[in-house]
Write a protein that binds this ligand. Structure first.
Ligand SMILES: [Zn+2]
Length: 55
């Protein structure tokens, strides 16, 4: 059984989707409202920006 959630990381500045992650569903605790935010390089902005998860 593939019980995985695909998480797309979009740039907070230009909304470009730059990264895709998969995460096991069970790693999400009871507090499901928590959103992932990572600082990653955006090729469109050509700098590191805050990327937010989008499902
Ligand atoms: Zn960007």
């Amino acid at each position: 059984m593939a019980d995985k959630v695909i998480i797309k990381l979009v740039c907070g500045d230009c909304k470009e989707q730059n990264y895709v992650l998969s995460r096991g569903k069970k790693s999400q605790g009871a507090s499901g409202g928590e959103k992932l935010q990572l600082k990653k390089f955006c090729s469109r902005c050509r700098k590191h920006t805050l990327h937010k998860e989008k499902r």
